[in-house]
Design a protein around this ligand. Structure first.
Ligand code: NAD
Length: 264
């Protein structure tokens, strides 16, 4: 990574929501690309995180830190980033990947639903961006900040309106943060997956459209011009690019990776 080329230590990446799905694939991919890895998820998934950490050490020989917490809470996010920097020697790549989905129409959405989705999908990204940037600015060698948006952050749909709002928020924040921290050599980008096969999409039920687990992914297969849904590794490749030296002139972007389900 260009931004860490002036330092001696192995660059470090922190990935949230990494117990399984896209976050786990990103953690393994960045480890294979040479990063030491810190992984986060909610505290109840600590055992799964320990298994991912072991896989990283066994397969790639990289150092790991397991930093579970609820990333929608400010204090725990500050501690997560401080612990990552303390255990692994710094923070060079922040991937704010954790997210949840809700498929209620607006007329059936309660304020509590709105708050929950916005807390996990948008506020957590704000907190991870803010405290990661603070750490990177202190280190003084730039960095890479990357957040999870979605195809639903580029085009609103009545299938999951509040999820769309939260993913549009990530796009806007990403553009603003890129402008604010560009002078510090920090790039800020987001990835916008289409349909990807993970536990999240299996649990995505839409009354009348995708009523059973797996139906949602069938919609994705039909919608893609490639005739398939994405894999977590497809998304990890995009994130690995954004974290790489070659992406040093890419910032403020929300890059689509959706098998042609939607063109920007
Ligand atoms: P996933 O459910 O497999 O993984 C998400 C992880 O985030 C889970 O392990 C979950 O426990 C964790 N998480 C949820 N709330 C958290 C919190 N408060 N603190 C810490 N961790 C928390 O889902 P995924 O499909 O791998 O999704 C990863 C990201 O990609 C999400 O932001 C999602 O919105 C986004 N995305 C996914 C798809 C898709 O089709 N799978 C499409 C577009 C965007």
């Amino acid at each position: 990574m260009a931004s860490t080329s002036t330092q001696d230590r192995t660059p470090t990446a922190l990935i949230t929501g990494a117990a399984h799905g896209i976050g786990k694939a990103i953690a393994l991919r960045l480890a294979s690309d040479g990063f030491n890895i810190a992984i986060n998820d909610i505290p109840s998934k600590e055992e799964l995180l320990n298994e991912v950490a072991k896989e990283i050490r066994d397969r790639y020989g990289k150092k790991t830190a397991v930093v579970p917490c609820d990333v929608s809470e400010e204090g725990p996010v500050k501690e997560m980033i401080a612990k990552t920097a303390e255990v692994l020697g710094g923070l060079d790549v922040m991937v704010a990947n954790a997210g949840i989905c809700i498929t209620k129409p607006i007329l059936q959405t309660e304020v509590s639903d709105w708050n929950k989705i916005m807390d996990v999908n948008a506020k957590s990204v704000f907190l991870c961006y803010k405290y990661a940037a603070e750490q990177m600015i202190k280190q003084g060698v730039g960095g890479r900040i990357i957040g999870a948006s979605s195809v639903a952050g580029k085009r609103g749909t009545c299938a999951f309106p509040i999820y769309c709002a939260s993913k549009f928020a990530v796009r806007g924040l990403t553009q603003a943060a890129a402008e604010e921290w560009g002078p510090h050599g920090i790039t800020v980008n987001a990835y916008a997956p289409g349909y990807v096969e993970t536990p999240l999409t299996y649990s995505c039920l839409i009354p009348g459209v995708a009523p059973n687990p797996g139906d949602f992914l069938k919609l994705g297969t039909t919608a893609s011009v490639l005739g398939r849904v994405g894999t977590p590794d497809d998304i990890a490749s995009m994130v690995a690019y954004l974290a790489s030296k070659g992406a040093g002139f890419v910032t403020g972007q929300t890059l689509s990776i959706n098998g042609g389900t939607f063109y920007d």
